[in-house]
Design a protein. Structure first.
Length: 632
C-alpha cells in the first residue's frame, strides 16, 4: 500500500502540472443500489448518502461542459468473500479509495459504449479472441482483467499509464452519441446563488472580453465512478478522483488578439499613428494561441470609412516563443473572405471589411507559445476624419462560443490653416484678402551628400470657399496641384497631414493692389497646438486679425472650441475640422522699402549714369565744334 500511495502522489503531481483540461473521478463511501458478484455497494444510509458533484473552476461563459462516466466503482465489505483478486495498482486517485473499504475495483462492462475506445491502442483493439475468468490484457496504459461476472472487467493501472494521454484518447475517439451523466452551459447571469444553481457561474471574473467562474455538474443519477469531462471548446481534461465530490480546473486559455499600426511595413507597431491622406499605413493583428485551442478560429476586421483595405495580407505563424515566423498556407491553413462580408459569428451580424478563418486542424497544430501574425496595408482616404476620434481599425476573434473584446488601432491625420489679411488697416478688424496664391512644398534640408530637396505638395480643392467660409484643400499625393488661392474670407484650410509636417508656402501672386511677400512662410501641422480657433494678432497697421471661420458644433462636443466647418457631403451636414495650426499672413500696399523688396538706390545709379553719359556727349560735341572752328 505504501508503494501504491507513492505512485498515486507522483501521478497526481504530474497530472496537476499538465496544461490540459480535465477528466474527473467521483466516488464515495456509499451509494444506493447494488453491485455485481462479489463486489457490492455498502448499504445506503439516507442520513449520510451524499450527492455526486463535479465542480469546474475557471469555466468559460457560454461553453458547454459534459461529464461522461467511463468506469464504475465497486466495493466489497469486510465480511464478503473475495473470489476475484483485488487490483494490485490503483488508477490515480486522491484520497485513496481503500481508505474506507477493504477492497474496491474500477470496473467496465464490455457492452459499454466506451469499451472499444478504452481497449484500443491507436484504433487497434487489444481484447484477446479467447476470454475467460482471469483473462487480462493492457491498452492505453491500463490493465483489464475478466471477472466471474458476465461482461465485467476490472480496470487498474499498468506500466506506462499517462493521465493526459488517456484523456486525449477519450476526447478524440468519443463514441457516437454517448450517454452523458450531466451537461451544463456556463451562465454568468445572476450568478451568486448559494448553493450554486446548475449552470450558473460563481466568482465571475471578466478579462479580454471573456467571463470565467465556477460551475457545478451534478452526476448523482450516474453514481460514483470515473468521469471524463469534455467541453465545447475542444479541450482535454485532467484526471482526478473525489469522495464524494471532485473539483477540477478548466486549464484551457482562450486565444487573445492585439491590433497595432505602423507607418512602415518593417517599422515599430503601436496603438496609433498619424499619416498623410492618400498614403499607406500598415496594420498588424497578432493572435496568441490558447491552451487546448483546436477548433476553427475566425479573425474579424472592421475598418472605418476613412481607410480602405489593400488586399493580399501577409499571414505567418511563429515556430514557438521567440521563434521565426513562417508563412501559413492559404486555402490549407486558412481562407479569406473580403468585400464587406459578415459572419453569423460576428456580433449582431456586424459587417466586416474582411474575415480570416483558420481551420481546426491548423489551430490544433499550435500551442500556447505560437503566435499568428497578420500584416496588411490600407490607404488613408482623402475623406478621412481630421483629428478628433481619428480613423479606427478594429479587430476581434470568434472561437467556439466566444467573442473576444475588440482591439483597435487608430490612424490620425491633421489640418492647418492660413488667414490672409490687410496689414495696413489701422483699426477694427483687418479686412480679409482674396486672390493670394501660394505654391505649397515640403523642404528637405541637405544631409551629407544628399542635396536639399523641395517637394511639391499636391492638393485637391474640395471647396473654393466664399466670403464667409474657407477654401478647403486636401492632400492628394500626386493628384491636383500644389497651388492654393485665398477666397474672399481670406481663409484656407489644408487637410490630411502627419503631425509635425512643416509646409512651406511661397506667395506667387499677391492680392490686387498689394505687395508680394518677400520671403516664404511656413506652416507646421500640429496634433496639439497653442493656436486656437479664435487666434488673433495685431497687424502692422494696428488693426486686429482674428481667425474664426464658420462652424457647426458637433453634437456631444459642445464643450469643444470649434474651428472651421466643412460640408464634405450635403446629405451628412457639416462637421468640425480641428485646424490647430493657424498662420495669420498680412499683405501691405504702397512703395516698398529695400528691406521689403524695393529698388533702393538703383534709380539713383541709373540717373547718375545717364548724367555722366550726357556730359560725355556734350564734351565730345564741344571738342569737335572747336576743332572745326580752328580749321576754318
Amino acid at each position: 500500500m505504501k508503494t501504491t500511495r507513492k505512485i498515486l502522489a507522483l501521478l497526481m503531481a504530474l497530472t496537476l502540472a499538465l496544461s490540459l483540461c480535465g477528466v474527473a473521478f467521483a466516488q464515495t463511501e456509499a451509494r444506493p443500489g447494488g453491485g455485481n458478484g462479489n463486489f457490492t455497494d455498502p448499504p445506503a444510509d439516507p442520513k449520510t448518502t451524499p450527492s455526486y458533484i463535479i465542480i469546474i473552476d475557471n469555466a468559460v461563459e457560454g461553453e458547454t461542459y459534459t461529464a461522461y462516466k467511463i468506469f464504475n466503482v465497486s466495493y466489497t465489505n469486510d465480511a464478503s468473500p473475495v473470489t476475484t483478486p483485488e487490483p494490485e495498482n490503483d488508477i490515480p486517485g486522491d484520497p485513496d479509495p481503500n481508505s474506507a473499504h477493504t477492497a474496491y475495483a474500477y470496473t467496465i462492462l464490455d457492452t459499454s459504449s466506451w469499451w472499444a475506445v478504452v481497449t484500443a491502442n491507436n484504433g487497434v483493439s487489444q481484447v484477446p479472441a479467447e476470454v475467460g475468468l482471469g483473462t487480462n490484457f493492457t491498452a492505453n496504459g491500463l490493465k483489464f482483467t475478466k471477472t466471474a461476472n458476465a461482461n465485467e472487467w476490472i480496470v487498474e493501472e499498468a506500466s506506462g499509464f499517462n493521465a493526459a494521454t488517456f484523456a486525449e484518447v477519450l476526447r478524440n475517439n468519443m463514441p457516437r452519441n454517448p450517454a452523458a451523466a450531466a451537461t451544463v452551459t456556463a451562465d454568468a447571469g445572476d450568478n451568486e446563488a448559494d448553493p450554486p444553481v446548475l449552470g450558473n457561474m460563481t466568482g465571475v471574473v471578466a478579462h479580454n472580453g471573456y467571463k470565467t467562474g465556477s460551475i457545478t455538474l451534478n452526476v448523482s443519477s450516474a453514481g460514483a465512478g470515473y468521469y471524463f469531462v469534455d467541453t465545447s471548446m475542444g479541450s482535454l481534461c485532467s484526471l482526478d478522483t473525489t469522495e464524494p465530490s471532485a473539483t477540477i480546473r478548466e486549464k484551457n486559455s482562450l486565444p487573445a488578439l492585439v491590433k497595432t499600426v505602423s507607418n512602415d511595413l518593417e517599422g515599430t507597431y503601436t496603438s496609433s499613428v498619424s499619416e498623410f491622406t492618400s498614403d499607406d499605413v500598415f496594420f498588424r493583428i497578432e493572435v496568441t494561441d490558447g491552451i487546448g485551442t483546436d477548433a476553427a478560429l475566425t479573425v474579424h476586421d472592421v475598418m472605418s470609412a476613412g481607410l480602405s483595405f489593400n488586399h493580399d495580407p501577409i499571414i505567418e505563424v511563429n515556430t514557438g516563443a521567440g521563434g521565426a515566423f513562417v508563412p501559413a498556407i492559404e486555402n490549407t491553413d486558412y481562407t479569406i473572405k473580403c468585400n464587406g462580408t459578415h459572419s453569423s459569428e460576428a456580433p449582431a451580424h456586424q459587417e466586416c471589411t474582411f474575415e480570416i478563418v483558420f481551420n481546426a486542424d491548423f489551430m490544433a497544430s499550435l500551442d500556447e507559445t505560437n503566435v499568428i501574425r497578420i500584416t496588411y496595408s490600407a490607404d488613408v482616404e482623402t475623406d478621412a476624419v481630421i483629428a478628433e476620434e481619428g480613423n479606427p481599425n478594429s479587430a476581434y476573434l470568434t472561437y467556439s462560443n466566444q467573442t473576444s473584446s475588440e482591439s483597435t488601432a487608430i490612424v490620425y491625420t491633421y489640418a492647418g490653416a492660413i488667414y490672409k489679411v490687410d496689414g495696413t488697416a489701422t483699426s477694427g478688424a483687418a479686412p480679409e484678402l482674396a486672390g493670394a496664391r501660394f505654391a505649397v512644398t515640403i523642404e528637405t534640408p541637405a544631409n551629407g551628400d544628399d542635396p536639399a530637396v523641395s517637394t511639391p505638395v499636391y492638393l485637391t480643392q474640395v471647396d473654393p470657399g466664399s466670403a464667409t467660409t474657407p477654401a478647403i484643400y486636401v492632400n492628394d499625393y500626386f493628384e491636383g496641384s500644389n497651388i492654393i488661392e485665398t477666397p474672399e474670407s481670406g481663409a484656407v484650410v489644408l487637410l490630411g497631414f502627419k503631425d509635425q509636417t512643416v509646409l512651406t508656402l511661397t506667395e506667387i501672386a499677391a492680392p490686387t493692389g498689394y505687395n508680394l511677400l518677400s520671403a516664404p512662410v511656413t506652416l507646421t501641422i500640429n496634433a496639439q497646438s497653442a493656436d486656437t480657433a479664435n487666434k488673433s494678432a495685431t497687424v502692422t497697421g494696428g488693426a486686429t486679425a482674428t481667425f474664426i471661420g464658420t462652424y457647426t458644433v458637433i453634437p456631444g462636443k459642445e464643450g469643444d472650441e470649434p474651428l472651421v466647418a466643412l460640408n464634405m457631403n450635403p446629405d451628412c451636414g457639416s462637421y468640425q475640422i480641428l485646424a490647430n495650426s493657424i498662420n495669420i499672413i498680412e499683405n501691405l500696399t504702397g512703395s516698398e522699402l529695400p528691406s521689403t523688396g524695393g529698388i533702393g538706390t538703383t534709380i539713383f545709379i541709373i540717373a547718375g549714369s545717364v548724367l555722366v553719359l550726357g556730359a560725355g556727349v556734350i564734351l565730345v560735341a564741344m571738342s569737335v565744334s572747336k576743332r572745326r572752328s580752328e580749321e576754318n
